[in-house]
Write a protein that binds this ligand. Sequence first.
Ligand code: ADP
Ligand code: MG
Length: 380
Amino acid sequence: MNAARAAAAYRRQFGSEPALLVRAPGRVNLIGEHTDYNDGFVLPCAIDRDTVVAAGLADDGRLRSVAADFAGEDDDCNMSSGFAAARHGWADYVRGVAAVLCEAGLAPGGARLAIAGNVPLGSGLSSSASLEIAVGSALARLGGSEIDPDRLAQLAQRAENEHVGCQCGIMDQMIAARGIAGHALLIDCRSLVCRAVPLPSDAAVIIAHSGVRHAHAGGEYNDRRRQCEDAARHFGVAALRDLDLTTLERGGAGLDPVVLRRARHVVTENARALAAADALAAGDLPAMGELMAASHLSMRDDFEITVPAVDELVAVMQAAIGPAGGARMTGGGFGGCAVGLVPRDRADAVCNAIAQGYRAPDGSAAEVFVCSATGGVSLA
Ligand code: ADP
Ligand code: MG
């Protein structure tokens, strides 16, 4: 569906057939929140919602792109220079990825791109990384190289950091580049070593949107990053990944209590992400559920990135799931989605409970997606 829409938008805008179609998925993080930029562990899976880029070479030295999901808005800039901020927000991602690929010598001389996706925007399912990875892979292929997925993820992260102004970690780009169907990926965000963790065959991934939208490039996220850096400096470690709970509890004197709580979230969340990978690999959904519940409380009380609507949504899901699985907020916070992991035969009951028991602040019901784990970037 996205591929057909992207190809149609390409034809309409540029009057020719695209040379290739590349898709990259959104993702849901099962556990390990705000650990990525602390060199820690995350456990996301790629989901069956993606962004497709229809792409073709151009010999005029320009990068022209069109966004089917933004009423056909278009963007035009010089491919080898002129990567200033764009008129449309979405085009900053495209220009940013093109800029870092140019620097790396991986971009073509000129290109045409048409974009269409169905990852919900600004919902914590990382539409931005799916866009970056699809654009990056498409441009690199047009430029003649099939880029290594880790390298692609790092370049895309740099594009979002430097050209969009969001200091995101590496998780979203890594899972969009390296996801494996039927698996979550335990990513060591320091070494980028990944361990594929099979999801239990009877597990369903339920994602429910709270109806509260976040502005991810905004200040709260960057504030949390700064607080984590302050804590790491206080404890004399390179990153909070290197801190254990005992050292944290003994050495907190003199540190701002808010910063100390931020650090406690990261330290305990890293331990939970590692334990969760083992629980999932063992097919132990009840143990996974306990870890997800603890993760949510830590995000609510120590990291303070949940909002009341999300707390309520998670409570509704947890009540419906019981001890058979679990639920927590997922994504950067301040709104967005909750994720539940449940035995498949309970998925309908949980969806019904959300429909009955949750209302967003504007009175609407939650949008719910029952997802499966898909593979990373590929030709569409
Ligand atoms: P999230 O990554 O959680 O979905 P972000 O705020 O990080 O939220 O990224 C959302 C932004 O990414 C959108 O506002 C838009 O600029 C860009 N984007 C994502 N998907 C698309 C798309 N299909 N077409 C155009 N731009 C997109
Ligand atoms: Mg994003």
